[in-house]
Design a protein around this ligand. Structure first.
Ligand SMILES: *Cc1c(COP(=O)(O)O)cnc(C)c1O
Length: 407
């Protein structure tokens, strides 16, 4: 019989979203007429911006002509998209990133997982807690951890807690880690990192020769102008950080699939005593295992940077951020302690009366027919918190708030 990758068996069995589905199903079976509102899922709900649709239509027609047809594209992405990203997302913010340091992909979820392909197994790894589960699970799947304990922590990973007592700031570690995952604006807490905080992380990484994996999937939701959108806004970050960006949340591409990863050419790692640059390894990895994102979708992504595209995604983001504001103000006036929801589309709520995250889930489901996400599903330090997402229709958000406020 074939051997399987036994590391998969270490994964925690009752994963968050299947367990949520199970409880919803059970509830709907008991109360088939209940009108459930789902504020649990981190997926966008508004339609695709017109500029992107128009660009993709043109691209499809091009593909139907002899001159416009394209087969395999560059594995790194088309240069016009890389140039446009470089100009609009980096040079415009003073980050000296070049277009060939930008790799187009079909998602940040895959990139933040696949990056482990080019990194050794001996690295000491730190993640924040709560955390986007992908970072943890992909380390488990690739044999970089030991077994899981009762509270869902894996041996071999270090968890840096972020909670209200430390103002949702991940404290800079005293010891050396080789690899650190950071996500700001944060999913699930909605917290952001100030310029000073990011600068401390960059100082730390440079001091210890660590690599920061910086996930900026929610940068477009930042409202406060003093908050950096990219880690490369910090001097020195080009020597110690990889950045993941995605069109999923800013332009509604969760179903279309397009993202990018920045690997500065100055980033170094080592193989034994030999210095190796990470850009070359990632380029090799992508060229071997990936054949690029399709032409049509890349044209759609390019249109995000057009004048119309920019205006349309700005409206999308304000729409979601107005939802976030409605959630925050209603819950705050109802006496809840609410974090996030200012520079991120997630409200992170302290459960009332020290209820556990799952008890609060059941409570909201039964009493308000509202579905959210238990904080403990994102890590041990998420216990006692609950995530509500601003990705929904205005009507649903208002109805959900009315019901919760009445409780
Ligand atoms: C939604 C999300 C992403 C984007 O993932 P894609 O694969 O590009 O859709 C990345 N990181 C976090 C933390 C997210 O919540």
């Amino acid at each position: 019989m074939v051997q399987v990758n036994a590391d998969y068996l270490k994964l925690k069995a009752g994963y968050l979203f299947p367990e949520i589905s199970r409880r919803i199903k059970e509830f709907s079976f008991k109360y088939p007429d209940s009108d459930l509102i789902r504020l649990g899922i981190g997926d966008v709900t508004e339609p695709l911006p017109m500029a992107c649709r128009e660009a993709m239509k043109v691209a499809i027609e091009e593909m139907g002509t002899a001159e416009g047809f394209r087969g395999y594209g560059p594995e790194q992405g088309y240069s016009w998209l890389r140039e446009s990203i470089c100009l609009n997302d980096y040079l415009s913010r003073g980050c000296k990133i070049s277009a060939d340091e930008i790799f187009i992909s079909d998602g940040s979820k895959c990139d933040s997982s696949n990056i482990l392909d080019i990194l050794g197994k001996e690295n000491k790894i730190a993640v924040t807690d709560p955390v986007y589960p992908v970072y943890v699970d992909t380390n488990v799947m690739t044999g970089r951890t030991g077994e899981v304990n009762e509270s869902g922590e894996y041996q071999g990973l270090t968890y840096i807690p972020i909670h209200s007592e430390n103002g949702f700031e991940a404290e800079i570690p005293k010891e050396k880690f080789d690899l650190i995952y950071l996500c700001f604006p944060n999913n699930p807490t909605g917290a952001v990192a100030t310029r000073e905080q990011l600068a401390s992380w960059v100082d730390y990484a440079k001091k210890y020769n660590s690599l920061i994996l910086f996930d900026a999937a929610y940068e477009a939701f930042i409202q406060d102008e003093s908050i950096p959108h990219s880690i490369y806004e910090i001097e020195g970050a080009k020597d110690c950080a990889i950045e993941f960006r995605s069109f999923s949340k800013n332009a509604g591409f969760t179903g279309i699939r397009c993202a990018f990863t920045v690997i500065p050419k100055t980033l170094k790692g080592k193989a034994g005593n030999k210095e190796v640059d990470l850009w070359s390894l990632w380029n090799r990895r992508q060229s071997t295992k990936f054949n690029g994102v399709n032409y049509i979708v890349q044209r759609g992504a390019e249109a995000v940077y057009s004048e119309q595209g920019q205006a349309q995604i700005k409206r999308l983001i304000s729409f979601y951020m107005d939802n976030a504001q409605i959630i925050k103000s209603n819950l705050t006036s109802a006496g809840f302690e609410v974090f996030g929801a200012i520079n991120a589309p997630y409200a992170w709520i302290k459960t009332p009366e020290n209820m556990s995250s799952w008890d609060f889930f059941d409570f909201l489901l039964k009493k308000a027919n509202v579905v959210g996400t238990p904080g403990s599903g994102f890590g041990a330090a998420g216990e006692g918190y609950f995530r509500l997402s601003a990705f929904n229709s205005r009507e649903n958000v208002e109805k959900a708030m009315e019901r919760i406020v009445k409780l």
